[in-house]
Structure formats: structure tokens, C-alpha cells
Design a protein. Structure first.
Length: 593
């Protein structure tokens, strides 16, 4: 077979379950060296497509052709292992080769699986998923197929995996909801939508731009069809004799026009806003709380006073106590010492990693109606259970389906609706992005941006965190918690600048920086510093916008040689300028206004 033959060629593939058509007559290919991301809404067939490609499930029609003699490695969404075999034995393809064993140990260590003799049955679901990922990477297949590879990875592991997959000439096809990961790893995006597939030859940012162009063009086509439809409808309604001598093709064309004109693109026309949410000025005070499990310290005499309307992100490696902290806040886990003082007006809504057990025989709409028939939006307006479900992309038909018919992602989405239907004024979301499709994540982001209450988010989804949070609590381990005034990207930029800042720091300044910030009586900004801070904020925003535009242009493939050279020279200079201004912005942000 020729060297330029695609690694994977999918031709005219169709799949349905009963009356539900997932995709119809789709064709696409994956060439050697391409890193392809597959995007689709929950329940539209992403995981089914991967199962068909790997032979775990059949299709109704179509052909799947792999290049001869290539090795394919598959990471399933929920892998299964023999509970008796050890972690190292579960990485079964090393075949005793010392080099393979060494590679296995290195990759497992990067994924924080350290006890290689531990039986698989003793590992959590998340740890088993990491062993399965290591297993796929160790075998070094020619073609990687990955279903949600970033689930159950902390931020440090995700960034390591980004680098691993981006190096060399790897060929992969993956499903993931992590948009940062898509942007940095993938060079092609496949979108499964409306039972067909669209190909975008660029990263996630490029996909967003071109997808919007596609939607706008489709809207314009539908608008033109509607205008023409009205004219043709008049002609079709005339007496048969009046059109008897007309060409048959015009009548056929009318019915095709009618089909286009009646199409609807599911776009939400209004943003949901909980205007009636009331929350008092006192939210909660974490009063010198300590917590440990045996020798593992989670909190050590920690103090924090949460502000009204605050949107906080909590980040840190797995096992540093993020979920324990919010369970203590919610009264589910007691502190060893200290207390949480909660305001009287606070009503929590908690979205947990574990999810909710549903009655499989209950209808989707009834699950939500059992909580409330409607949310009072204030001013005599109500938002019904059905409207909330439709806002989160449950069609009227899906609302009257039984729970057992839902995919894993649709169940998570339904669980989210049950939390929001209680109309809380303080949302606590523990890994809310797991298993949700990108469209649902965008909807949830809009909801939280408009939410007139408080929010705490524990998440490894960097894109989601950047959209929602004002600042971070960074759990560093051993009870060390840093309060950072910014989003996740700004925190990583600040981290990268720390060696420079520490080198330039005078000894007396370094000593002062070690003081507990709660007991530090900070000076206030001078007028000159306030002016500089405001100017830097605007300049950084403009530089970030220019950087985004430059990166898009460089990926577009439309630049001339001169333009490409000029923009390539400008990009590193811009990044240096952005780093310098960001460092100064962070220095000023530590001073009280």
C-alpha cells in the first residue's frame, strides 16, 4: 500500500439505534502525522463512532480502511482490568522487555501511579483510567485513538500529556472536552453535527472561527430560501390548470426549497439570568481551620473570608484536598479545629463528582419537576422545568424519554439541571466539566457569567476556569494554600516569571514576602501606581488580543512569505513585552487599592 495512503479512511458510514439516526453517510480520513480532535454534542455518537472504528461495534453501512500493517492503540472512556493483576502486569504489552518496563515506570510515575505492585482492584476509577492511558502510550502504536484522555488527570499531568502528544510525528484521533488541550495538541478538528461531519484544518481557535462562518452562511441560505419559498408557495397554491404547463423541475425544486426553509439551527436566543437571586453581605468565613488524614495535612490553621458575588477557582494536584475543602464548607466533613461561619441568606447548590443516582424508569422532565415546577425569575416571570432543560439542549422529545436511554454525558447534564432547578445563590461545582460536551460547557459558562450569586469551581479544565473565576485558591500540598488574584492562565504566567522575580528580589523584600498575608498590614497604592495599574490592564488586554490574532494568522495558511516572516518576528517580541508588563501588573495587584 502506498506510503501516502491515509492511516484511516472512513467511507460513507451510517449508524442508527432504532429510530435514532446518529450519523448518515459520513466520510473522513486521518493522514499520517495528523492530530485530529472529534467534537460533538452529548448523545450524538462520539463514543459510538470510536467503538465502530476500533471494531467493538458494528455499523449499518460504510467502509473503514486502515493502512496495512499499522498498529492502533485505543484508550476507552471506561477501561476494565483484571482486579487481581498488578499495575505493571496490567501494562501487558511490555512483554518483559527491560526498556519497555523502564518506559512503563517513567510514564506511570508522570501519571502519579507509584505503587506498581498494587492490584488493579484496589485502584479508583480515575487511577485505572490513568493506567489505561499509560498502557496505550507505552506500546507506542502508530495510530492513537483516545476517548477523553484528560479525564481524571490533574493540571500537571494534563500539561505533561500535552507535551508528550505534541512531540514528534504522532498520529492520533481523540475525543476530549478540554479546549486548551484541543487548541495545543490538535491540527485538525472534526465536528459531528446534524448527522454529518465537518472538517476544519486548524486548531480549536480556528475551528471556532470557521464554524461560526458556516453557521452564518447557513442562516443566510435559510433566509434566502424563506424569501423564495413565499413566492413559490403562491405559485403552488394556484389551480392545477394554472401550473399544468410549467416544467416538472420547478415543482420538484419547490419541495427541496421547502425542506431548507423549514430547517432550524438550535441557537439560544436569550441568556438565562437569575435576576431574583438574593444573597446577603455575609457569605462565609473560614476561621483558622485545620484538617489532616493521618500524616496528610489538608488545611493548617487556614483563614479566608469569602466576598459577596465572588467567583473562586480551586486548583491543585490530585490528593491535595480540594474536594475535602468544599465538603467541609458544606458541612459534609468536620474540621479538626476551627470552623466555617456561614451567612444566614446562603443557599448552596452542590454539583459533585459522584453525580446523582436516577430512577432509570423515570422520564427526564419528571426528574426535574420533582424538584420544582419552575424557578421564580422575579418581576412576575417564571422559568419552567421544561425551559431549563431546553436551555441545556434537551429537546422536547428527549425530555419525555426515559433516563435509561441517556448517554453518560446527558446524565451529567441532567444532574446539573437538578442542581440549578433548586435556585441556589451559592454554587459549588466539583469537576463540572467532566463528560460534558463543548456546546454544553459554553452554555454553562454563559449561565455562570450571568449568575447573580457566588460560585466556587474545582476543575482541571483551564479554559473553563479562565472564563469563570476572578481568582484562585491554589492547593500546593501539605496544608499550603496560595490565594492568587487572577485566573489560571495568569497564574501560570506568574509562575513562569517567579525565577526572574526572585532573582531580582532584595533580601529584605524576600523576608517580607514570607509573612502571612492575613497579618500583613499592606500599604495602599499611590495615585501614580493606580494610574499605572489601570494603564497596564488595558495594555495587557490589547497585547493578548494582538497575540491571539497573530497566532490565528500564522495558522491560517493564507499569508505571503513576507507577511509570515514579519509576523513570526513580531510574536516573540510581543510575548516578551507581555511577560514584562504582566510581572509589573502582578506586583501592583499585591498592593491594596
Amino acid at each position: 500500500m502506498a506510503k501516502d495512503t491515509p492511516f484511516l479512511d472512513v467511507q460513507h458510514l451510517s449508524k442508527s439505534f432504532g429510530s435514532l439516526l446518529l450519523f448518515n453517510d459520513i466520510s473522513f480520513s486521518v493522514a499520517e502525522g495528523q492530530r485530529v480532535g472529534l467534537i460533538a454534542k452529548n448523545g450524538t455518537g462520539k463514543s459510538t463512532l470510536l467503538s465502530i472504528l476500533t471494531g467493538h461495534e458494528g455499523c449499518d453501512q460504510g467502509d473503514i480502511i486502515y493502512r496495512r500493517n499499522i498498529r492502533v492503540g485505543m484508550l476507552e472512556q471506561s477501561p476494565r482490568f483484571n482486579p487481581e493483576e498488578s499495575v505493571l502486569d496490567a501494562c501487558f504489552n511490555h512483554q518483559g522487555d527491560p526498556e519497555r518496563v523502564l518506559k512503563a515506570k517513567q510514564i506511570l510515575t508522570k501519571l502519579k501511579i507509584r505503587d506498581l505492585a498494587q492490584p488493579m482492584g484496589q485502584l479508583s476509577g480515575g487511577q485505572q483510567k490513568r493506567v489505561a492511558l499509560a498502557n496505550v502510550l507505552i506500546t507506542e502504536p502508530d495510530f492513537l485513538i483516545l476517548d477523553e484522555p484528560t479525564n481524571h488527570l490533574d493540571l500537571e499531568m494534563i500539561e505533561w500529556l500535552e507535551g508528550f502528544l505534541a512531540r514528534g510525528n504522532k498520529t492520533l484521533l481523540m475525543v476530549t472536552h478540554d479546549r486548551f488541550f484541543l487548541d495545543r495538541v490538535c491540527s485538525v478538528i472534526l465536528e459531528l453535527d446534524d448527522q454529518t461531519v465537518y472538517t476544519y484544518r486548524g486548531n480549536y481557535s480556528y475551528y471556532l472561527e470557521k464554524r461560526q462562518e458556516r453557521i452564518d452562511n447557513r442562516r443566510a441560505e435559510i433566509a434566502r430560501a424563506n424569501n423564495l419559498y413565499r413566492t413559490e408557495l403562491e405559485w403552488m397554491r394556484r389551480m392545477p390548470q394554472a401550473r399544468g404547463h410549467k416544467a416538472r423541475y420547478r415543482e420538484d425544486a419547490f419541495y427541496e426549497l421547502q425542506r431548507v426553509a423549514r430547517q432550524r439551527i438550535e441557537e439560544r436566543q436569550v441568556r438565562l439570568k437569575s435576576r431574583n437571586v438574593y444573597i446577603g453581605s455575609k457569605i462565609f468565613e473560614c476561621q483558622y481551620v485545620s484538617k489532616a488524614f493521618d500524616s496528610q495535612v489538608i488545611l493548617d490553621n487556614f483563614y479566608y473570608n469569602f466576598s459577596r458575588y465572588e467567583k473562586m477557582g480551586i486548583v491543585g494536584n490530585n490528593g491535595t484536598g480540594k474536594s475535602t475543602f468544599i465538603k467541609m464548607l458544606l458541612g459534609m466533613v468536620p474540621p479538626d479545629s476551627g470552623r466555617f461561619d456561614i451567612g444566614d441568606t446562603v443557599t448552596f447548590g452542590y454539583f459533585s463528582q459522584e453525580g446523582l443516582l436516577f430512577d432509570e424508569q423515570q422520564k427526564v422532565i419528571d426528574v426535574v419537576k420533582d424538584i420544582a415546577e419552575y424557578i421564580d425569575m422575579g418581576g412576575g416571570r417564571h422559568f419552567t422545568a421544561s425551559q431549563l432543560l431546553q436551555y441545556f439542549l434537551f429537546t422536547p422529545e428527549q425530555q419525555h424519554n426515559y433516563v435509561y436511554k441517556l448517554s453518560g454525558g446527558e446524565r451529567r447534564k441532567l444532574y446539573l439541571c437538578t442542581v440549578l432547578m433548586r435556585n441556589p445563590n451559592f454554587l459549588v461545582l466539583d469537576e463540572p466539566t467532566n463528560d460534558l460536551d463543548i456546546v454544553t460547557l459554553q452554555i454553562l459558562e454563559e449561565y455562570l457569567q450571568d449568575f447573580a450569586g457566588c460560585v466556587i469551581v474545582v476543575s482541571h479544565d483551564r479554559y473553563f476556569m479562565d472564563k469563570i473565576v476572578d481568582h484562585l485558591l491554589v492547593f500546593e500540598g501539605d496544608g499550603s494554600i496560595k490565594d492568587f488574584p487572577g485566573n489560571y492562565t495568569q497564574y501560570r504566567q506568574w509562575q513562569a516569571l517567579q525565577p526572574k522575580a526572585q532573582a531580582a528580589q532584595k533580601p529584605e523584600t524576600a523576608t517580607a514576602a514570607k509573612r502571612d498575608y492575613h497579618n500583613d498590614s499592606r500599604r495602599r497604592m499611590t495615585y501614580k501606581e493606580k494610574t499605572e495599574f489601570e494603564r497596564l490592564t488595558k495594555e495587557i488586554e490589547a497585547l493578548e488580543q494582538e497575540q491571539h490574532q497573530l497566532e490565528q494568522a500564522l495558522c491560517s495558511g493564507t499569508l505571503s512569505i513576507d507577511e509570515l516572516t514579519a509576523k513570526s518576528k513580531r510574536l516573540p517580541l510581543l510575548k516578551d513585552e507581555l511577560d514584562e508588563k504582566s510581572l509589573r501588573w502582578l506586583e501592583l495587584s499585591e498592593i491594596e487599592n
